[in-house]
Design a protein around this ligand. Sequence first.
Ligand SMILES: Cc1ncc(COP(=O)(O)O)c(C=O)c1O
Length: 475
Amino acid sequence: MNETKEELPKDFGLLLPKIIASPPGPLSRDFITRLAATECPAITARRARRQHETGVNQDPIVWTHALGANIRDADGNIYVDLSAAFAVSGLGHRHPRVAQAAHSQVDRMIHAMGDVFPSDVKIEFSEKLAQIAPGDLQESILGLSGADAIGAALKTAAIHTGKSGVIAFWNGYHGLGHGALSVTAYRKSFREPFLSQLGRDVFHVPYPNPARPPFGLQGAAPETIRDAVLTHIRSMLSEPATGAEGIGAIIIEPILGRGGEVVPPEGFLQGLREIADEFSLVLIFDEIFTGFGRTGKTFACEWEGVLPDILCVGKALGGGFPLSAAIGRPHIMRSWGTSSGESVHTSTFLGNPLGCAMGLAFLEEFKEGDWANRAQKLGEMMYQDLSTLRSPSISDIRGRGAMLGVEFIKSDGSPDGARGLQICSELLAKGFICLPSGAWGHVLGLSPPFVLSEEQWKSFFHTLQNCIEKADLSR
Ligand SMILES: Cc1ncc(COP(=O)(O)O)c(C=O)c1O
């Protein structure tokens, strides 16, 4: 890396896009050529391969700097990030308080011995997490990735109930490690080659998506969709033919993230809570995407006042450092019992001091800075503008707080994945970073850093309007 901090433009973080080399510029492309030589094509290089199929250069840009809502790439282009880099950087990239905590921790200790000799900062972080977690969710298992937290939650539920079966939802994305992948039902291609390695007791049921409801309920009221899915789950659990006696847990994203910013009908989470209580199941909420202000409250489950038995968090939690947790109610977490000598669930980097120092600073800043409120205000402005969009290709604008989606359809009403991808690449060319979401990639997902300025948003919104108008003309 040759670039120095001093070469960044003044006000980097608050800038509008500045494209000097059409992305991906030559330096990004050089980097990707090098990457393709050493990285498994399952990851980045796969996108370069798509070029051969589509004729369009889909090499990624290569990031070199990030601050606030801005990204700079290897070619010196400046972007505005509308994704918070997978919904991680809610407080803005490289928040000064989190960065300062990282520097101080690096000067003191980077690595400790997770469960054997934990660090002081891991303990402080765990206490803070318990303070912020709702209700009696107090005891956690830390991890590095979201998938780690999901794996820990599923294991805990199995230990507590003695049953390994799980109810999970279509279009749910919980990560791709084997435990998480067994409950993920986002894309068939993610699971298919590994089916025989995955947990077999997973029962996937439809997510109550008001825009694309299951059971032929197109056009039905949200309550009807809600009740239909709840009734389906209830009958499944009551019917011996389904093998439901082996089910010990329900796992759900309170709002689908990668699955397309889908908000379930009001009362659905409460309905799941009642089912979990009636059938003695552990209710797991995956708030890895929605947690820490993203939806305008600290946790999305607060919108419905429903508490899970285990809450999975990650993404934003480490302020950019890989850090996650499954936080559970004490009587459930204590089902693990006291370990006899060796931990039965641990990993080398569990509670890594650097991550915990950054996570602690993140949690302190999150609380003191009233960030959930800030996300809500930003989201209101975004929603107000988005709802003025008029296009035959837009079928739905939805989401909550600063987690919004614009759904694209073809003229026959089917999901338009090509449109989602096309809009995202055109936005990138103009200096705005967004990701498509939804099973077909047919939703423009918006999950910006909460520090996104009004000027940056308006500039994005006008660009989006132009991209949509242009795409409609060529329809
Ligand atoms: C809701 C949800 N759960 C779990 C995960 C997996 O997290 P990770 O990629 O850190 O394993 C994601 C990632 O996008 C997610 O959105």
